[in-house]
Design a protein around this ligand. Sequence first.
Ligand code: BGC
Length: 568
Amino acid sequence: MDRRVPAGPQDGGANGSAGTAAAAFAVDKAPLLGKKSKAGPSGRAAHYTGRMTIYVLVVALVSATGGMLFGFDVGIAMASFQEEYFPEIYTRSIAGQKDSDPYCKYHDTRLQLFSAIMFLSGAVIAVPAGLASRHFGRKISMLASGCCFLLGAGLQAGSHSLVQLIIGRCILGFGVGTAASVVPVYISEVAPYASRGGLAYLFQLAVTAGILAAQLVNYGNQYIPVWGWRLSLGLAAMPACVLCLGGLVLPESPSYLLEQGRWAEGKAVLQMLRGTDEVDAEYADICDAARASARVSAWESWKNLVTRQNLPMTIMATSLAFLQQLTGINAIIFYAPIMFDSFSKSTAALLNAVIIGGVNVAGTLVGMPLVDKVGRRPLLLEGGIQMLLSQIATCAILGAGFNSSSTLSTGTAAAALTMICLFISGFSWSWGPIVWVLGAEVQTLDTRTSGMSAVVFANYISSFIIGQAFLSMLCGMKYFAFLFFASWNLFMTLLVYYLLPETKGVPLEDTAYACLFARHPFWRRVMGKAGKQVLEREAFRAAAFRQAEAVEGGDLRDLAKYYEALGL
Ligand code: BGC
């Protein structure tokens, strides 16, 4: 069923107000249609006066803690935990069998399932989470995510059986999947367009900080014999508390408010976020997108993902999200402690994991200021090549190192660790964060929440598959597993090179995204007539903007009403 179509931004405006506004603005559509405009930051964007403010930074930081939920829950490799729940692995591990195959020591279906189950439940929840964020708002969805996480962390920390542990992990997965579906969208919607990429990196920064914090906690807790792992699992509740608080006190996203017809509130939030009252051009674009989105039902929001107009964006965003896992990142992060444990002693294993975690955080920080300057494409291309080369090198080092013995010499282990760090840094400033940035920004408001759910679904399903497969793969393929991922990195780099247009610096609620794809040599053919319509509409909007400027004598306060009068 169609949702309520907001009347229009004018105070107390009634349905059908377009006619009144049209009369008030004496709009003449005819002369606008012949004009052409370029995609990308059009004339309108130059009038988006608000810049980065402390307020928006704090808002983005608080909501980004949603990413920490994910990070906190990886890599529980402590001996006490293994002893309690995976005794066979523990026995094998302490026996230190010199003749055992180092690639197969930890090959255990139950351990793989335990690591991967969170992704399966995260994928399952992604669709309802997107619906909730569309209907009830981003804030309440963040709150729900934090609550699921608190419950899941409590169940895990107090667990007395594998069943309880797994139920806790599923509920955690609900929290994590909801956060991933909502937080990047929320950050994109509150961010000023010129810093949107960098602010959206905060989500990934929180993911990496969560992974590092969990690894540090694990490292410290190994000295608390019996219940140390409970503390590790329970501490995961901390970021959840911050997210719950955020869900209560953060402002709702302006796009959501305007889509609900809450014009005055939406404008006030936008002004607060931008630190200025002069938000008319941006407000007009959001109103325009909000009116179009409010006409679309939940079902249509999903169906529209595969219309010719949206298909290119949907294909690129979801396939990059799926392929992100084929970089091999989680295979390495999840199993780094386990891999290194099979190389050397368990303390060294956790220490190695901490080094990897640190590189992951540092790399994300390096990418943050770059993404809005050099753009998404160059980072993805550079990151892809760096990952590819370092995996080939890791494969060669491990191949040579294990050729003569079943344990690695210190020098060889250090060389392998260096290559793995190179791999992690390449991922952390490119494919790690950019998948989330693109997922939240390439769709228009009407398909944004469903598009983001599809991105999370694709990413988590692929994490689940890789999580299930990697230890078996490592055992079967040995160091050639790294070559497997390297070949995927080659494919992904080529995919970006040929098929991904650069999307930096385009305002979120602008139609210019679709224009970028409508002009692309390949996607233009996929979009067909729909692509031409997109370009015409953008040209019309840009021309309408110029005329509004002229009509109002440069005063853009009534721009939103003017667009509405034109039926935009
Ligand atoms: C990925 C995760 C990964 C993390 C590592 C995220 O972007 O989606 O699967 O564990 O980055 O930093």
